[in-house]
Design a protein around this ligand. Structure first.
Ligand SMILES: NC(=O)CCC(=O)C(=O)O
Length: 264
């Protein structure tokens, strides 16, 4: 299976419309890839909080339309990263969109763990409540977003829902890059799954982004890692190895704690 992580540069000198057109062209250039991934909040920037309200889109807004069209034209599965969504009652969400190669919306995920503590996303946006997986021809994808990466229980829930490959779009700052790579590897190892973590390049709201998109295999080995700038990180991997890994080293079956398991 071939995946391309589009590590898009998000800077304030480019308009949202211009970046949307540029990203759609990048997606179209990935024809022949099985899965294309974009970063978190790439239209506005994950730390450009003032853009959340002004650039928020209805469920089927301009980014939805542009990405659905690009996925269809390229004939690729597209995790289109996330956009600030304004739902009919006016609540904002950090919403990821996954499109099929025919341009149909296959899944959407509202980020559960909002980043910012007492400001930004944690204050301006509502929290998602549902775990989301989406079945691709070669794997079941579990969807998470950026700060979600710090919550292993979310990934265990996705494993229990059948996930074999985690796709994690992000706007992760350079100053915490060490955590980014460590957490991506940890989620891969503990869940014996692939992790496709797509970061952002550039600087927005004064926050330099880490870039360093990374693909990790179920043993925690980094298969590919981008640099700091805008880059397309393409990697071939075999999702079928997840089942074999879990059979050969059945640690997940040894779980005794958790909401749905009896305590010994
Ligand atoms: N956009 C985010 O969720 C940022 C997360 C982050 O900076 C961190 O967990 O550290």
């Amino acid at each position: 299976m071939r995946a391309s992580l589009l590590q898009v540069a998000v800077n304030e000198d480019e308009s949202v419309d211009s970046r949307r057109r540029r990203v759609a062209a990048l997606v179209r250039d990935q024809a022949g890839t099985d899965l294309v991934v974009l970063p978190e909040l790439w239209t506005t920037g994950a730390f450009a909080y003032e853009g959340f309200g002004t650039e928020a889109e209805p469920p089927e807004g301009p980014t939805y339309e542009a990405m659905a069209k690009a996925a269809s034209e390229a004939g690729v599965w597209l995790h289109a990263g996330s956009v600030p969504e304004r739902d009919p009652d006016g609540t904002l969400y950090n919403t990821s969109l996954v499109f099929s190669p025919s341009g149909e919306l296959a899944a959407s995920y509202r980020k559960i763990h909002r980043f910012g503590f007492d400001k930004g996303e944690a204050v301006l946006m509502g929290a998602g409540e549902e775990l989301v997986t989406v079945r691709l021809p070669d794997t079941v994808v579990g969807v998470a977003t950026c700060y979600d990466l710090r919550f292993p229980e979310l990934f265990r829930g996705l494993v229990d829902a059948g996930a074999e490959t985690f796709v994690v779009p992000a706007g992760w700052p350079e100053r915490r890059r060490a955590h980014w790579t460590l957490l991506a590897r940890a989620r891969a190892v503990e869940n014996q799954a692939f992790v496709l973590a797509c970061g952002t390049a550039g600087t927005h709201a004064g926050v330099p982004q880490a870039g360093h998109s990374v693909v990790v295999d179920p043993w925690g080995e980094v298969l590919a890692e981008a640099g700091p700038g805008e880059e397309v990180l393409t990697v071939d991997f075999d999702p079928a190895t997840v089942a074999g890994t879990r059979d050969r080293f059945p640690a997940l079956k040894d779980r005794v704690l958790g909401l749905d398991r009896p305590r010994r």
